[in-house]
Design a protein around this ligand. Structure first.
Ligand code: NAP
Ligand code: ZN
Ligand code: ZN
Length: 363
């Protein structure tokens, strides 16, 4: 006999909807303002999550301003989400109401391709369902992010927040944390490696903390002197302001690994030249096209690689690693009504080091 839920699934009965308060950009470069969205009521495998905090990633700004092209409006950004389970569907196995959980940059993937089976869902061959500025796997239902009070997500794409982590500081781990943790692990950063983090923003300051916890000797390369004391406090051994051109001659060939988190156009060649023999520079920042010459790579057999967020299993591993090492993000908590100022300040590198929205301001 087919049970009632299976019958419902097969007939794909349209899921009931609920209305949720949010903040949206209605068109590219528009100021964000109050907006009401529809979310599906939780299905058998879904969790309905009351969002407590959502981090403000520079990718929110790139997309709300359509700097990467193809943005979908109205857009409700936000993919650094933490909250509590309000309701769990009848077939949910791993979570219960009241559990503290997180949602990162995507909310679904095909689950069948090689990338998904390897736990690299972010590289799903059919394309992941991004948390916002995308669609569900049906290719038409828009997804809306964490600048909102509630979200419905399949439990397979939800993370468990370990006890003991301060919740506001945990939100940015869901993007800034995993985006820096994943390449550090994948490319095998080890104790004693000389590692430079370029750009001390949301991603960069997480990169410093995580690389330090892995035992690397960290140098921060920042465009001005303003963040020197913070860099050392966050765990860096050394700091250099790249406005001074001598930094590039003095440090030539020094590093085993460079983590480039810069959000604005810059010259990759200048940084590649700081790598030693067989060194690796990983790009995680997504600026407009930036100059690159083959000579920068063939000299000393250097590698230039990229990395995009991380899979679900690895994100859980990162959260557990952060709990074990007492790592959270340094945050400035804001009400959602301050979101436009927060975007502008982030673009000016005027944030220490991540804005996090307290969604109590929208309830
Ligand atoms: P953020 O907090 O704004 O940090 C970016 C940092 O880049 C700034 O703090 C600043 O560091 C440096 N910077 C900014 N403008 C600069 C300029 N004109 N010249 C030189 N340096 C400049 O941004 P974020 O949230 O960390 O994101 C960083 C980038 O990563 C963004 O492009 C974002 O879209 C991308 N991202 C990628 C992934 C991925 O999976 N690959 C995930 C999340 C985000 P200093 O003040 O220290 O110089
Ligand atoms: Zn992000
Ligand atoms: Zn897939």
């Amino acid at each position: 006999m087919v049970d009632r839920e299976t019958l419902d699934d097969r007939h794909a009965r349209p899921a009931p909807k609920m209305r949720v308060a949010a903040y949206a950009a209605r068109e590219a470069k528009a100021r964000l303002g109050p907006f009401e969205i529809e979310r599906r009521a939780p299905g058998p495998q879904d969790l309905l999550i009351d969002i407590r905090y959502c981090g403000v990633c520079h990718s929110d700004i790139h997309q709300a301003r359509d700097e990467w092209g193809g943005a979908l409006f109205p857009m409700v950004p936000g993919h650094e989400i933490v909250g509590a389970v309000a309701e769990a569907g009848s077939r949910v196995k791993r979570f219960r109401p009241g559990d503290v959980v997180g949602v990162g940059c995507f909310v679904d993937s095909c689950r069948a391709c090689e990338a998904c089976r390897a736990g690299d869902e972010q590289f799903c061959e059919k394309g992941v369902a991004y948390t916002y500025n995308g669609t569900e796997l049906d290719g038409k239902t828009p997804t809306y992010g964490g600048y909102s009070t509630r979200i419905t997500v399949d439990e397979s794409y939800v993370l468990r927040i370990p006890p003991g982590l301060a919740l506001a500081g945990t939100a940015p781990l869901l993007c800034a944390g995993i985006t820096t943790y994943s390449p550090l692990r994948h490319f095998g950063v080890q104790a004693g490696d000389e590692l430079a983090v370029v750009g001390l923003g949301g991603l960069g300051h997480m990169g410093v903390k995580l690389a330090k916890a892995l035992g690397a000797r960290v140098t921060v390369l920042s465009h001005s002197e303003a963040k020197r004391d913070d860099a050392l406090r966050l765990g860096a051994e050394d700091f250099a302001a790249t406005r001074d051109p001598e930094v590039f001659t003095k440090n030539a060939g020094r590093f085993d690994f460079i983590l480039d988190t810069v959000s604005a156009r810059h010259d990759y060649n200048a940084y590649l030249n700081l790598l030693g023999r067989n060194g690796t520079m990983v790009l995680v920042g997504v600026p407009e096209a930036s100059p690159l010459s083959a000579v920068s790579l063939i000299t000393r057999r250097r590698r230039l690689v990229g990395s995009n967020i991380g899979g679900i299993r690895e994100t859980q591993e990162m959260l557990d690693f952060c709990a074990a090492h007492g790592i959270v993000s340094d945050v400035e908590v804001i009400p959602i009504q301050k979101i436009n100022e927060a975007h502008d300040q982030t673009v000016r590198s005027d944030v220490r080091y991540r804005f996090v929205i307290d969604l109590a301001s929208l309830r």
